[in-house]
Design a protein. Structure first.
Length: 316
């Protein structure tokens, strides 16, 4: 039996000119985690996975609506010839640890072989034995089977879809800075210096004591909004809410941890706007970003030996 005998024909292909936003929706609609990338000449250019979109695009702040699938078609994809035996096909899947393998005839994509295709075409006993080989990594790990992997993938996908449906996302992160509370608080009041430690923030302009204008890049897109500081208590807290743009409300609290250390805690409520922002939010990227920003704030004030770049002790 050959690869062409078990493959799914008329394989759906993502164009190199498709945006990653379009590609992500097609992956979701098809219920798969990978899909071939084809050029205008119908030749296979690569494989695109949901992990590629997250790691190579969203995590790097790229705009999913402007980044093309072809930009991620790196290296030579793993394929199998249409006339190769099914055993060689399974061996290739095992070596590459892939569960969807493009089938080519010459340079043209003619189909896809998946584990489900193998299970449908072969006897139960034979498919179980062969699929077990694919599900077990070639470096000798045992006990990994296809069913738990598929159940785990389905569970993760279900959770992500539920989270992506939520209109609001809550963020909470904290860190301990080794400076007195007044030093940590005073440094935070220097709003126009936020770009020095906040990733993606390009400018913060202070209009007056209680109003700020922000400009930042979020998921690869420029965002601008205004914020109003509605509560400020020296050495205790600063709370704000967005007055334009999408929702971006929050509070930062300062709590002494002994005479020379301070816990800085940030709580935020945001409303992801685009598909990329919703997907990133569902995966917890904003929370990790805020945590990283706090660590950079800690490094900034500690590097200055606890001497802030300025102070403002007013109350609101």
């Amino acid at each position: 039996m050959k690869a062409r005998d078990v493959m799914s024909r008329n394989a759906e292909c993502i164009s190199t000119q498709d945006s990653l936003e379009t590609a992500a929706k097609r992956l979701a609609d098809a219920g798969v985690g990978a899909m071939p990338i084809c050029g205008e000449d119908d030749r296979l250019k690569g494989m695109l996975t949901d992990r590629d979109i997250v790691v190579k695009a969203i995590a790097k702040g790229k705009d999913l609506a402007r980044t093309m699938a072809g930009d991620l078609a790196e290296g030579k994809p793993v394929t199998i010839g249409a006339d190769y035996s099914i055993r060689e096909t399974l061996r290739t899947m095992r070596r590459a640890q892939v569960r969807r393998l493009p089938v080519i005839d010459g340079y043209r994509l003619v189909g896809i072989v998946s584990q489900a295709d193998v299970a449908r075409q072969l006897s139960h006993r034979r498919s179980g034995r062969l699929l077990e080989d694919v599900s077990e990594p070639s470096h000798g790990w045992r006990g990994v089977r296809m069913v738990p992997i598929l159940l785990g993938t389905a569970a993760v996908g279900y959770v992500l879809l539920q989270r992506m449906g939520a209109r609001r996302a809550s963020i909470k992160a904290d860190t301990v800075v080794h400076v007195p509370v007044d030093a940590a608080y005073n440094q935070w009041t220097q709003f126009e210096e936020f770009p020095a430690f906040m990733h993606g923030v390009e400018e913060v302009r202070q209009i007056d004591d209680t109003h700020l204008h922000w400009r930042a890049r979020v998921a690869g897109k420029e965002r601008q909004w205004d914020a109003h500081i509605h509560e400020q208590e020296p050495n205790k807290k600063i709370a704000w809410r967005a007055t334009s743009g999408t929702r971006n409300d929050g509070v930062v609290r300062f709590e002494p941890v002994g005479p020379t250390s301070t816990r800085v805690e940030v709580e935020m409520a945001i409303e992801p706007d685009t598909f990329g922002e919703r997907l990133g939010s569902a995966m917890g990227l904003p929370s990790r970003q805020v945590k990283a920003d706090l660590e950079r704030f800690r490094e900034l004030i500690e590097r200055r030996d606890g001497v802030p770049t300025g102070t403002w002790r007013g109350s609101v």
